[in-house]
Write a protein that binds this ligand. Structure first.
Ligand code: GLU
Ligand code: ZN
Length: 333
């Protein structure tokens, strides 16, 4: 997509519950994918979900990333041309983008509550546990928001998703295509609280920060077609996307932020050598047969960070947990 442009990658943690081993793997791969191509990296803190961000979490996320041996060229601590790098300080940019979508009549005010949406979306209309928005408000014009406001009704903003498939060539998973009208339908771009929704904020930021390569967990695969629609609507050039399979525990569960023991901050505080973790990550990515302690930078020029990654989730084995000083029973609550 950008054959001649230098790579700009990004690390975009949400500082809402502490980063865990799965985040470590994704961020190490994202860092190597940018650095191996001589690229730059931006650190952006995704803290717009204010109700979930507790004091100290932003600093903790940055400390976790540094502990892993990662660095960045732009970010909240080092500054840069696209500052600020905290989403909570970029709200006017998201508002401006939403206004542009309103002017083009690509979004509509939605008064449906969550309960109404679940009720209207009958069983076949649930994709990935998320009800498909039933379209109840999609014929409203953007201007009708003023009337709703006058009558004191609260409303969110949704993007009117056109029918059809959206395809992209994923840097990790190859050619993918999804139909966002079937998977979720018209999606949120602005919350009724006035806060922007993730889909809009991430697109506005990646575009403004000149990001050309988005490497993230594959829990976000279904967001990519929505974000591609937003790139098109806003007239931005989309980056390339690569989705990294998640990490599962030995029972096959997806790691969640509530798993205390596998948090990077716990390992950090227990004085675990981060190179031991990176060694295991290298094994999990197929770069090495043995978990030799190493830094991410030791792999520069010695691995292809994106090609040949296993597409199945990485299962955290007993050996990994033991070697990192974690009890195999890592206390899922
Ligand atoms: N902040 C999101 C997360 O931590 C990642 C968003 C993205 O990479 O697009 O899950
Ligand atoms: Zn609605």
């Amino acid at each position: 997509m950008h054959p001649s442009k230098p790579i700009v990658g990004r690390l975009a943690p949400s500082p809402t519950g502490g980063l865990h081993l799965g985040h470590a793997r994704t961020f190490v791969i994202a860092w190597l994918a940018a650095r191996s191509g001589g690229g730059r990296l931006v650190l952006r803190i995704e803290d717009i979900d204010a109700s979930r961000v507790r004091p100290g979490m932003v600093e903790a996320a940055m400390a976790d990333l540094r502990w892993l041996g990662l660095n960045w060229d732009e970010g909240p601590d080092v500054g840069g041309p696209a500052r600020p790098y905290l989403q909570s300080e970029r709200l006017s940019l998201y508002q401006a983008a939403l206004d542009r979508l309103k002017q083009q009549e690509l979004v509509f005010p939605c008064t449906c509550t969550r309960a109404e949406i679940s009720r209207m979306a009958s069983a076949p209309h649930v994709a990935d546990g998320e009800p498909v928005y039933p379209g109840a408000c999609r014929d409203r014009s953007a201007a009708e928001a003023e009337l709703l406001q006058l009558s004191g009704r609260s409303f969110a903003w949704r993007f009117r998703v056109p029918p059809g498939k959206v395809a992209w060539s994923d840097l990790v998973q190859g050619d993918l295509e999804l139909e966002p009208a079937q998977a979720g339908g018209d999606f949120l771009v602005g919350r009724s609280s006035g806060e922007p929704a993730y889909q809009l904020a991430v697109v506005v930021d990646d575009a403004a920060m000149g990001v050309t390569q988005v490497i993230r967990g594959d829990d976000l695969v279904s967001s990519t077609p929505r974000q591609l629609l937003l790139y098109k609507a806003l007239g931005f050039v989309p980056p390339q996307f690569g989705h990294i399979p998640l990490v599962h525990d030995s029972q096959g569960w997806r790691l969640a932020k509530r798993d205390q023991a596998i948090k990077l901050s716990s390992l950090r505080e227990a004085k675990v050598d981060p190179r031991r973790l990176v060694g295991w990550l290298a094994v999990s990515c197929g770069w090495s047969e043995n978990p030799q302690p190493c830094w991410p930078a030791d792999w520069l020029g010695r691995c292809q960070p994106l090609s040949g990654l296993p597409v199945a989730p990485w299962i955290l084995s007993h050996d990994v947990l033991t070697d990192l000083g974690l009890n195999a029973e890592h206390g899922r609550s």
